[in-house]
Each structure stands twice: as C-alpha cells, then as structure tokens.
Design a protein around this ligand. Structure first.
Ligand SMILES: C[S@@+](CC[C@H](N)C(=O)[O-])C[C@H]1O[C@@H](n2cnc3c(N)ncnc32)[C@H](O)[C@@H]1O
Length: 312
C-alpha cells in the first residue's frame, strides 16, 4: 500500500504517483505546483507558453479531484500573476471556498526600486482553498422522516407538489425534494395544514420538529469536511480569515526557493485534518508539508522530481 508508513515520499513525476492512488483515498491535498516562469529553476520553465502550462496543470487538478475523498480539502498555492486562471481551472473540478492571500511581511518587495516599477510589486501569494462540488453537507442532508411525511400526506390529500407553491410560494418545492431540502417554517406549515383540511398533515408543528430532531440525531457529523478554525486564544498565531501573514522562511544555504513556512502548514493541517488523516503533496520540494505531517501525526504521501531534495 502507498500509505503504509507515516511518511511516504517518492522521487517520481506527480502524474505517475497520482495514477497509482485509488479514487477518494486522500483526506487533504496541500500542494504547491510550479508557477510558470516565476522562478529561475528549470522546473518552473518546462513549458513553451501559458496554454501548455495550464493544460498540464488541469490534467493534475482533475486527478486531484479523483483521489480526494468526498469530504476532503484542497489547498493549492499559486503565484499572484496567474492566480485568476489557476482558480478558474480549479473551479471546473472543485467548489472554491476561499481565495486566501498570504501577505509576506518581508521579502523582495522591500529590496526593489519603486521608481523603476511599471506595475505594483506583488507582496502576496495566493492559496486556493476548495472542496468537492458534491461534498457531504449538513444542509445537503435530507431529513428523510419529515420529507416522507410531507410527501405522503400531500399526495394523500390528492394534491400535486406544485399546488403547495400556490399556498406558500416557490419555497414549497424545497419541502418535497431531496436536493436543497428545507423544513417549512411554522407559519408556512400552518398555511399548508389549513389548505389540506383536518384529515391530513395532522402532526402539530412541534411534533414535526421532534420528528426532524429524532432523525437528525443519527447524522454522523464526522462525515463532514474537517474544519477546525482557531479558538479565540489561538487567533494571535492562526487567522480565521483569508488574510494570512505568516513570516516567510529566511534564506539559508540550500534553501528551496519556495519553501513554505512551517507555521502556515501547521495552520492548514490543524484546520482541515485530524490525526492519522492522509495528506497528499505531489510537489513536495523541501518537504515542508511532510515535516508538518510528521509533527502533527498525519500520514503523508508525496513526491518531487528534483534530485536536490533527496538524500543521496
Ligand atoms: C513550488 S515548488 C514546491 C515547494 C514546496 N512547497 C516547499 O515548501 O518546499 C514546486 C516543486 O515541484 C517540483 N516539480 C516540478 N515538476 C514536477 C513534476 N512533474 N512532478 C513532481 N514534482 C515536480 C519541483 O522540483 C519543485 O520542487
């Protein structure tokens, strides 16, 4: 099995690794693909033009969608210059939840010569946070007992569902269908009861609420996408908003040109994963994601192609 050990790191191409992973086997993807001609490194200059780069990126994003569990999370880093196109590719395969801006407190913007600029110097990096389009949702959950009761009673009264729209408005279509199911309000339920007469919809509104509660009690919240935002006490270190200000990694001999700060990866893992969850990074680089997994007791699967990041 690919995820037998806690850290499963391979020197291989991202697509080669992805093709070996089963459908819906990963809890969270935290990955930082090449940016296309932002860095001098050869790995960032492999494509003739933007279009070929984005064709390649899309082939990866569609594999990421295949391997991510239905309640999983995706965090994908991208440089500010092509973030709009990257986000639109992700949006084809996922539901984008946030566009996170990592505002770098220090970096090259401090050393540049402003009078020589022809546009504003970018002080940010973007992180696209997304989930599956069909992610398991609490409000996507249909309260089967109430739904069936409403359907049966309305039909038994010889009425069509669209008749309910004449009584309470277009909202009624949500009372009788599995998609976007909604509980009628007390006022709307009373209007429906008055419409069907004494023989149907005999449950009082409070009894209807009790039926809903009894049914909802069985809903397993652990099936939802994991999201544990910082507590109030933690807000000094971790943001609950989409603006992040983690201090970039300072230069040291042998530093990866894009090494991500450990505090930022801790924040991502603490928010969107639980202990023993499986985290994937197919552009591992300096292994910053893997190190955070080791520290926080998550399992890691990842790869990189560059020899420099593997011990010889
Ligand atoms: C932006 S860097 C990731 C840096 C990483 N987030 C870190 O903190 O060190 C992108 C990485 O993708 C790797 N890479 C480029 N093309 C690849 C491919 N086809 N398969 C696997 N890795 C690749 C590069 O070697 C580089 O290390």
């Amino acid at each position: 099995m690919l995820q037998d050990k806690q850290i499963n790191l391979f020197k291989t191409d991202c697509l080669t690794l992805l093709k070996q992973l089963p459908d819906q086997s990963i809890d969270a993807i935290v990955t930082d693909p090449p940016y296309f001609k932002v860095k001098e490194d050869a790995w960032d200059r492999q494509w003739k033009n933007e279009d070929t780069f984005f064709d390649w990126l899309e082939s990866i994003v569609s594999e990421l969608a295949r391997v991510l569990k239905r309640n999983g999370s995706l965090y994908l880093f991208c440089s500010s210059h092509l973030q709009h196109r990257t986000e639109s590719i992700i949006a084809k395969h996922f539901k984008v939840l946030n566009h996170i801006l990592w505002v770098k407190t220090f970096g090259r913007h401090m050393a540049c010569h402003p009078p020589a600029l022809r546009r504003y110097f970018s002080q940010t990096e973007s992180i696209i946070f997304a989930e599956h389009r069909n992610a398991i949702k609490p409000d996507g959950y249909v309260c089967e007992a109430v739904l069936q009761y409403l359907q049966e009673q309305w039909k038994a009264a010889g009425l069509k569902y669209r008749d309910a729209e004449l009584v309470v408005g277009s909202i009624a279509r949500h009372y009788f269908s599995h998609s976007q199911w909604l509980m009628p309000t007390r006022e709307k339920y009373l209007l429906m009861q008055n419409h069907v007469g004494h023989d149907y919809l005999k449950l009082s509104y409070d009894e209807l609420l009790a039926l809903k509660q009894a049914d909802q009690y069985q809903f397993d919240k652990s099936k939802l996408r994991c999201f544990t935002p910082p507590t109030k006490a933690d807000l000094v270190n971790r943001s609950h908003t989409n603006i992040w200000t983690f201090v970039p990694v300072q230069y040291y001999e042998g530093k990866h040109s894009c090494e991500k700060p450990s505090a930022m990866l801790d924040h991502i893992l603490l928010t969107s994963t639980k202990e023993n969850d499986i985290v994937l990074d197919v552009f591992a680089g300096s292994c910053s994601t893997a190190k955070a997994c080791l520290k926080l007791n998550r399992k890691f699967i990842g790869c990189d192609l560059d020899d420099r990041y593997f011990i010889k």
